[in-house]
Design a protein around this ligand. Structure first.
Ligand code: SF4
Length: 62
């Protein structure tokens, strides 16, 4: 499972970056992006929390 951010809708609130910094970070345009790697099992809960908490629902995990 990998995370993906639809950056066109990201409002740069930082929730995902603060919640799960192992997976999410800001790019140079201050939009969140997810690392291109399989989410480690010990980070999945936080990644899902970030997805569920994103105020504009632009994070997917699949
Ligand atoms: S939680 Fe959503 S809106 Fe906020 S920085 Fe992350 S992707 Fe962007």
């Amino acid at each position: 499972m990998k995370a993906h951010v639809d950056q066109s809708g990201c409002i740069s609130c930082a929730l995902c970056v603060d919640t799960c910094p192992e997976i999410f970070h800001f790019n140079k345009d201050a939009k969140a992006e997810a690392v291109d790697k399989k989410i480690p099992s010990d980070a999945m809960d936080l990644a899902e929390r970030a997805r569920d908490g994103c105020p504009v629902s632009v994070i997917s995990i699949q």
